[in-house]
Design a protein around this ligand. Structure first.
Ligand SMILES: [Zn+2]
Length: 421
């Protein structure tokens, strides 16, 4: 058997210009006047985008399989096709005011890895697959990360099919309409390991002037609604000592939300993003305040400590002000650490390629979160301009685009094992 290993795979590089050109060509479908992309999931434009990527994959000699939720798996065979494939991918749907790189980068970087292996006549032991997952963005249909979520059995296919958009159209009909209901049962598709390259969507890498983010995991999230009930009264005649000012109590708890995040490690996040003040009148003491609490951290233990702190503080505040304070949980997502071997594959690839790198956590959701429940998984982040995404001005440097794809290729090859053709 010819299994001569290439010892110097370190010299292999992807074609950055070709990857950039493909990104720009895909971004023409649904291009917005401000330079962004609006390609909502399961629309005619999404179909055009899917068709183009699948055509490119076939031109690269790959086979395309579609499952019942419209996830696409583009496969480059290996020498041993009984091995589970090394999979990479992301999504090609966008937000209404989306950019060119979010999701699209991860899919086209995977395609570029395959094109490069083809150019160089390199075979891998395990097959390589590039996937794009249906409706990652969740802006037209909820839940977000729908395709990967069904695949990982986080919720059922029937639940996803029944989701409707604001016009009352449902996922199943829209999938059928664009011709992307496949035969394969979601999840009936082996995955050896999974890597996803993505723009950071945050400011950390750019701020640190680092090229590659070695993603160690995704933050756990806890959401609450907090309601404080005081008493409305005239702002003039009511002395300070005789008030039940719900907003004053609320601002104390809001400060604690931020303080709790700062108190528990470097990855704590505490946000109050929505506030409703009743009656919201200039000369009336607020009688009721409702606000949201968003707590995140790198482990469930840490995020639960933050929750305890905020709840204990709220209880003390309630006693101090003599007002009922209610904190009701609305959503919870577990922290998802990535696989140690995948993390080290990404780190090693970055080091051997000579790129600066640092460990980072993801504060946003990605398809890789669901893949991590099924197979060893890891992610690669590259900087995006000013940390901005879900915005038409989303931008990334061509050299970072290239670097992330090189890291992706080398991390995947560590798992797929290289042979000379
Ligand atoms: Zn994305």
């Amino acid at each position: 058997m010819n299994t001569k290993t290439i010892f110097d795979i370190g010299s292999i590089r992807i074609n950055g210009q070709r990857l950039w050109d493909s990104l720009m060509e895909l971004a023409q479908i649904g291009a917005t006047p401000k330079g962004g992309v609006c390609r909502l999931t399961l629309t005619d434009l999404d179909k055009q985008g899917r068709d183009l990527v699948a055509r490119w994959a076939r031109e690269a000699g790959m086979t395309v399989t579609i499952d019942k939720i419209g996830n696409c798996f583009m496969r480059r065979p290996g020498r041993n096709n009984h091995l589970p494939p090394i999979v990479t991918g992301s999504h090609i749907d966008t937000q209404p005011t989306g950019g060119k790189f979010d999701g699209n980068y991860g899919v086209l970087a995977g395609l570029e890895v395959v094109r490069t292996l083809n150019d160089l006549g390199i075979e891998t032991e395990a097959p390589i697959e590039v996937a794009f997952w249906t409706n990652e963005e969740g802006s037209r249909f909820v839940p977000v990360m729908m395709g990967s979520g069904v695949f990982a059995k986080a919720f059922t296919l029937a639940h996803a099919y029944a989701a409707t958009d604001s016009d009352g159209k449902n996922v199943k009909d829209e999938l059928a309409r664009i011709g992307y209901i496949g035969a394969e049962e979601p999840g009936d598709h082996p995955i050896g390991s999974y890597f996803e390259a993505h723009i950071e969507q945050g400011p950390v890498l750019e701020d640190s002037e680092i090229t590659i983010g070695v993603v160690t995991g995704v933050l756990g999230i806890r959401w609450f609604d907090c309601t404080i009930t005081g008493m409305e009264a005239h702002a003039g005649p009511t002395p300070m000592a005789l008030r039940q000012d719900a907003l004053q109590a609320a601002t104390c708890i809001m400060q604690e939300v931020v303080a709790a995040a700062l108190r528990h490690g470097t990855d704590g996040r505490g946000t109050v993003g929505m506030v409703q003040v009743h009656p919201n009148s200039r000369n009336v003491i607020p009688g009721r305040v409702k606000f949201t609490i968003d707590l995140r951290n790198s482990s469930d233990a840490l995020v639960d400590l933050m929750v305890q702190d905020v709840k204990a503080f709220a209880q003390a505040t309630s006693q101090k002000f003599g007002m009922p304070i209610e904190i009701v949980p609305t959503s919870s997502y577990p922290a998802q650490p990535f696989n140690a071997e995948c993390i080290s594959a990404v780190e090693k690839a970055a080091v051997s390629l000579g790129y600066s790198s640092m460990p980072v956590v993801s504060g946003a959701g990605h398809d890789a979160i669901y893949m991590a429940r099924l197979a060893p998984s890891g992610m690669i982040f590259i900087p995006c301009k000013d940390g901005i995404s879900h915005n038409e001005i989303e931008d990334a440097q061509p050299e970072h685009i290239t670097a992330g794809c090189n890291v992706l290729m080398h991390a995947m090859l560590q798992h797929a094992k290289v042979h000379q053709a």
